[in-house]
Ligand binder design. Structure first.
Ligand code: ADP
Length: 816
């Protein structure tokens, strides 16, 4: 059927072989011609009808092709222009007319002539729809091709779209594709327009597929290139930044620096190996990585530690004593103990002595004594507060796998000290507690134990550190809360509260000069007289130590400095009278001894963490039926003491001259005024009993007597604690006679001599003795009570003899 609508046209035309170029019908293009044979063919064409057959060579490299070297089908073209170029080259402009097959070569020299056969197909009406469909598909495929290839101007689409003839369409499209010569020739070979278009369509589909793959590959490659380019760029930037910062070779320079530090640090071999290993890891890290900075922190810690640095310890007892005296007033016992301790250390320096533990209320100089010891021994001093430490890791560090892990405080303290034999003060070891995160006390035990601490292992460092040269001193407010095994390793030295006299001395000799200097003043600028210091102690501070005193003195100095500057005065004098100008109104006041003997009011003595105080206990009787009422800030133990006292009185009512049925007739109200500080403890027992007996008998209590002691149901007086503080408070309040349990007699010698001299002490064993010493017998004529009274004078005499003697025996004797 195809054959049937084909027309054949033959003619003889000159032939020009093309190299690497295929000319299609409907295509106009210029090309240069240089071969002599080709030029002759052109010339031949020009003298005839300007028609020439352009046929592509199979191999462009062949210079003088023979018949076999060219394809069989070419394009009859019209030469439109000829242009002679320099040399023997001619530029021609040709227009493709129609394809034609070489029938036979009629001449080969001086140029090719050939018989050319055109096969012209007419349209097959029946195929119209099919052809239209094919055209559309081809067009859209071509569009896709154009889009993908990027090499073809999209303008061509307009031209192509307007072509009606499908054979022409195939030719025009093909001539615009970038195809190999063979592929183009395949299309050119096809005379039948529809088949040609089909071929083209298939060819384009294949090409598109290739283009897509190509594009994909391109995109991938580009991405890779982009990424590596970006990294390259960033690295270069980083290098530039490092250069700017003076780090010329980045990490490797850093590693060298670490190595130099390692050399200087003179570390043990195990440490050195570890550091080298870490440096190796660091080198392999990309610069700026998080891991890298973890390694750096670790290395810095290791290299900052004083593995082999120490100060030379000097144990010179005379010098030590001098330094301790220089820094601290009084504390003779404590200083002696410390000197003894140092003496022993000197004798057996290789052996590890126990750890010193300084115990006492706040502000009594524990920390500052430790500092002086460090100074005396020429050791570096580091203070490490253990208050509130609950986690073992705080002592021993976190493992390095934790984010933000750090060494524990022991290692941190050594780094701070910068020497491996510092004096480390473990402050407030009694405030350490344990919880689910582990027990810091057991870690502390390892630190303090001479058998183990030569290879203390911090979790973070993962290396042993020798702590055996470190001198540890601990402080505590209270021994009760120190774990037993820790306490066993310590030698306890107690520091007690200061008396007013001691405080005055400390202030005048140490604190005032220290603060004057600290505030940039001169001695001549500020005078604080002794009376003023005494007032600061009594009315602006209430403490066992001198910490607040020091703070108040600092305030005075500050205010004085301001006054000096603002008024231009040369000096300021602080006296008791103008003290309020500096410190404001008085903050505390103290009970003064009562003006006269009173019934139902007795003075007791209490111990508080900030020192001792006096305490008036008042008792009132009201008719009623034996109810006991207690008011004021009283703890449970104190309430129980009150009950014990009543029991005692009931059991001895007759002997004491009290109505046997008093508990059925009266309600008893006990009140403890001045309740700002909650008071508890059994030591007010005898005071309550005395106040009650006084109320029940109507005998007044001597105004100059204060007492302390626990009472039992049978009226025995049991010992109490804190006698020194209590006695000092009594003295301050103007009391001159102290009744105390006989078992506390030994504590009297702790009381400073000057206070002791001014007081009478009556040690008692039984409640009866308390009553005879404390009550004024105004009922001379009455029964038993009078018998007590009648003996009273004798007792007072006995008392006089027995300031430190055995008054109790005397009073007991009198009572028998
Ligand atoms: P602590 O450690 O017992 O709480 P500190 O050592 O901090 O007390 O003492 C508080 C202040 O009181 C320090 O400035 C200290 O120098 C001073 N201080 C304490 N006792 C004396 C003393 N006996 N002589 C001189 N200054 C003292």
């Amino acid at each position: 059927m195809i054959e049937s609508n084909k027309a054949i046209k033959k003619q003889i035309l000159p032939l020009l072989p093309l190299r690497g170029l295929t000319v299609f019908p409907y295509m106009t293009l210029p090309f240069d011609v240089g071969r002599a044979k080709s030029i002759k063919a052109l010339e031949e064409a020009m003298v005839n009808n300007q028609l020439i057959l352009l046929v592509t060579q199979k191999d462009a490299r062949v210079d003088s092709p023979s018949e076999e070297d060219i394809y069989r089908v070419g394009t009859i073209s019209k030469v439109k222009q000829l242009l002679k170029l320099p040399g023997d080259t001619i530029r021609v402009l040709v227009e493709g007319i129609s394809r034609a097959e070489i029938g036979e070569i009629t001449q080969t020299e001086p140029f090719f002539m050939a018989e050319v056969v055109e096969k012209i197909y007419t349209y097959d009406e029946d195929d119209k729809d099919e052809i239209e469909a094919l055209k559309r598909s081809t067009l859209s495929t071509f569009e896709e091709y154009v889009r993908l290839s990027n090499k073809i101007s999209p303008d061509i689409l307009l031209t192509v779209n307007s072509i009606e003839d499908h054979g022409q369409l195939a030719d025009v499209i093909t001539s615009n594709l970038t195809l190999k010569v063979e592929q183009k020739q395949e299309i050119l070979d096809e005379f039948h327009p529809r088949i040609r278009l089909e071929k083209l369509f298939r060819l384009m589909l294949k090409e598109i597929e290739i283009l897509e793959i190509e594009k994909e590959i391109n995109a991938k490659v580009r991405k890779q290139i982009d990424k590596s380019q970006k990294e390259y760029y960033l690295r270069e930037q980083l290098k530039a930044i490092q250069n700017e910062l003076g780090d010329r070779d980045g990490i490797s320079g850093e590693v060298e620096e670490y190595k130099a530090r390692l050399k200087k640090a003179e570390v043990p071999e195990e440490v050195e190996n570890k550091v080298l290993k870490e440096l190796d890891r660091l080198l392999k890290m990309p610069s700026g990585s998080a891991e890298g900075s973890v390694i750096r922190t670790y290395l810095d810690w290791i290299l900052d530690l004083p593995w082999n640095k120490s100060t030379e310890e000097i144990i010179d007892l005379d010098k030590a004593k001098k330094i301790l005296d220089e820094d601290h007033y009084g504390l003779e016992k404590v200083k002696d103990r410390i000197i003894e301790y140092l003496a022993i250390r000197k004798l057996k320096s290789a052996l590890k002595g126990p750890i010193l533990c300084l115990v006492g209320p706040p502000g009594v100089g524990k920390t500052s004594i430790a500092k002086s010891i460090a100074r005396a021994l020429n050791r570096k001093y580091v203070r490490m507060s253990l208050g509130g430490v609950r986690d073992e890791a705080e002592i021993r560090g976190h493992r390095r796998t934790y984010v933000g892990a750090m060494p524990g405080r022991i290692i941190a303290a050594l780094k701070q000290a910068g020497s491996k034999n510092p004096l480390v003060l473990l402050d407030e070891i009694d405030k350490m507690s344990s919880d689910f995160r582990g027990d810091p006390a057991s870690a502390m035990l390892e630190v303090l134990d001479a058998e183990q601490n030569f290879a203390f292992r911090d979790h973070y460092l993962e290396l042993p550190f020798d702590l055996s040269d470190v001198m540890f001193i601990t402080t505590a407010n209270n021994l009760d809360t120190i774990p037993r095994p820790l306490l066993d390793r310590m030698e306890v030295i107690s520091l007690t509260s200061y008396t007013e006299e001691e405080k005055v001395n400390i202030a005048m000799k140490y604190l005032v000069p220290k603060q004057i200097k600290a505030h940039g003043l001169k001695k001549a600028n500020l005078k604080i007289d002794e009376k003023a210091v005494r007032d600061i102690i009594n009315y602006y501070t209430r403490e066992a130590g001198v910490r607040n005193l020091e703070r108040q003195i600092a305030t005075v100095c500050r205010k004085a400095a301001k006054e000096l500057v603002s008024t231009g005065k040369k000096s300021v004098k602080v006296t008791s009278n103008n003290l309020e100008k500096f410190l404001g109104v008085k903050v505390y006041r103290y009970d003064k001894a009562k003006e006269k003997d009173e019934v139902g009011v007795a003075t007791g003595l209490v111990w508080t963490p900030v020192g001792g105080d006096t305490l008036s206990i008042e008792v009132n009787l009201m008719s009623g039926d034996g109810k006991l009422e207690l008011t004021g800030q009283l703890g449970d133990v104190m309430k129980e003491s009150a009950r014990a006292a009543i029991s005692f009185i009931r059991s001895k009512a007759e002997q004491l001259g009290i109505d046997k049925d008093f508990h059925n007739k009266y309600d008893i109200h006990i009140h403890v005024p001045e309740g700002a500080i909650p008071k508890d403890g059994p030591s007010a027992g005898i005071t309550m009993a005395t106040a009650m007996v006084s109320a029940l008998t109507g005998m007044p209590v001597r105004r100059n007597v204060a007492m302390t002691g626990e009472i039992t149901l049978r009226g025995r007086v049991l010992p109490i604690g804190g006698l020194k503080e209590k006695v000092l408070a009594a003295h301050r309040a103007g009391i001159d006679t102290i009744i105390l349990p006989v078992d506390n007699k030994k504590d009297i010698e702790d009381i400073p001599q000057n206070v002791r001299e001014k007081l009478k002490f009556i040690p008692v064993e039984k409640m009866e003795s308390v009553l005879s010493a404390a009550l004024v017998n105004n009922k001379k004529d009455k029964t038993k009570a009078s018998s007590m009274k009648s003996e009273d004078d004798k007792m007072i005499i006995a008392e006089e003899q027995a300031i430190l003697g055995d008054a109790d025996q005397n009073t007991d004797m009198i009572q028998q």
